[in-house]
Design a protein around this ligand. Structure first.
Ligand SMILES: [Fe+2]
Length: 441
């Protein structure tokens, strides 16, 4: 009798597990089909990004579906000769079409330049960019978390406005999930989002889960590497890791959407990078927050990277994935705030229901954000702004004096935005609204 009861329990458990898997099947395994598309007839989707160091750039573009002689025409402003830098081409066939992609590497740059992409007798518009002299100097960059825009142009509007308000920014960093899914139409949307921005200042991104196909085997399209080729020389195995030194700072970019053995390879890479780094400021960028806003997620990523971040003095950890804003500060043995400072941010139309872990200093929900990171000698400032009105939402200063590090919390007195309207009859929404109420109390 007892044995039969055990069997029944096992069958019920398996049935419940199978039912749960069935409800999650599409989330885990279904890749939406890609609609047929045609390649661009002239050089388009031009992107300026970094190469191996702060004085190098890569220009990528797409044109036609067969390879043709292609190059970048580069002019040092105001009156330099026109140089011709040959591009490497590759035809990429996706699920529903194919296109030729081109990569041109520009090295040892300094000053202002104009350039355009050329494929045989077809050319892009002219764009310009500036490369500052290497060495110690203040600099700033713009950070955005997940984009996954389905707002048709909204992201481009706020990015342009943000850069008008913060013209000191020299490049843009994305925390992954730039595209909703790897299809031509989503890439088209991504390029419309960065139109007029990603051609004039370097745009770099880490990989996010939406950049990968769903499935048991993790696969990212070659198209991603042809648009963001800086990973080609720095990848470890097939982990898209990248490090960029800029003035006094060094950015370390991880590929956090990987299985544990791949994360372990990245951990070894990060360890080596940190041991060798002489940078005064160290910034880690990865998609999955090391301290999840949704409960106990991303524990493997935390176990792999957080110890190194603390041991080797990472100052700032920029993250995305869990669509909300949050900021957490580490504390030393005396309880004083110190580094690393962890932030989560996004600018996607999707907002997630988060937990309100008391270790965090500040949250933001139901909105979208961007951050400006400014590095000036012994001070690193990170400020978060709302995309709708560009109002300051959070700000924090990390000050280094001699061997000590101080945190100045400039955002403490800016009220948290926690407005939320649950959908009628939606139990999860109502629970979340209740959670917000409890947190506010
Ligand atoms: Fe994500």
């Amino acid at each position: 009798m007892k044995k039969r009861w055990k069997w029944w329990c096992a069958i019920v458990l398996i049935a419940v597990f199978a039912g749960w898997c069935a409800t999650r099947w599409n989330v885990w395994f279904h890749n939406a089909p890609e609609l047929p598309y045609s390649p661009l007839v002239a050089p388009g989707r031009v992107l300026l990004t970094f190469a191996d160091d702060e004085r190098s750039r890569i220009v990528t573009w797409q044109c036609d579906s067969v390879l043709r002689p292609s190059w970048v025409e580069l002019v040092k402003l105001p009156d330099g000769d026109t140089l011709r830098i040959e591009a490497q081409g590759e035809v990429f066939a996706s699920r529903s079409g194919k296109a030729a992609y081109y990569i041109a590497r520009l090295c040892n740059l300094e000053g202002r330049y104009a350039y355009r992409a050329a494929t045989e007798d077809r050319v892009s518009a002219w764009f310009d960019f500036e490369v500052k002299a290497a060495g110690r100097r203040p600099f700033s960059f713009l950070y955005i978390g997940d984009v996954q825009d389905t707002l048709l142009g909204e992201t481009n509007r706020f990015l342009r406005e943000a850069l008008q308000r913060h013209p000191q920014c020299e490049f843009t960093v994305c925390g992954g999930d730039l595209v909703e899914r790897p299809t031509d139409s989503y890439w088209d949307e991504a390029f419309r989002n960065i139109e007029g921005i990603g051609q004039h200042m370097p745009f770099v991104t880490v990989t996010g889960n939406h950049d990968y196909f769903k499935g048991i085997r993790q696969r990212i399209e070659r198209r991603f590497d042809l648009i963001f080729p800086y990973f080609q020389t720095t990848s470890v195995d097939d982990n898209r890791v990248y490090s960029l030194k800029c003035a006094d700072a060094q950015l370390f970019m991880l590929d956090s959407n990987r299985r544990p053995h791949k994360l372990w390879q990245q951990r070894r890479w990060l360890h080596r990078q940190l041991e060798q780094s002489q940078a005064l400021w160290k910034i880690l960028v990865l998609h999955h927050p090391l301290y999840s806003l949704k409960g106990h997620n991303n524990l493997v990523q935390r176990w792999m990277f957080d110890g190194l971040a603390r041991e080797y003095g990472i100052d700032l950890v920029l993250q995305g994935h869990e669509h909300a804003y949050a900021r957490m500060t580490n504390h030393d043995a005396e309880g004083r705030p110190t580094t690393p400072v962890y932030t989560v941010s996004h600018c996607s139309p999707k907002n997630y229901r988060i937990q309100f872990d008391r270790r965090f200093d500040k949250f933001g929900i139901s909105s979208r954000y961007y951050q400006i990171v400014e590095v000036a000698d012994s001070v690193l400032t990170v400020s978060a702004y709302e995309v709708y009105n560009h109002q300051l939402y959070d700000s924090l200063r990390i000050v280094r004096r001699a061997q000590d590090t101080y945190i100045e919390d400039l955002g403490r007195n800016i009220p948290e935005y926690l407005e939320y309207t649950p959908r009628p009859g939606n139990k999860k929404d109502e629970k979340f609204a209740e959670r917000i109420r409890r947190y506010q109390q």
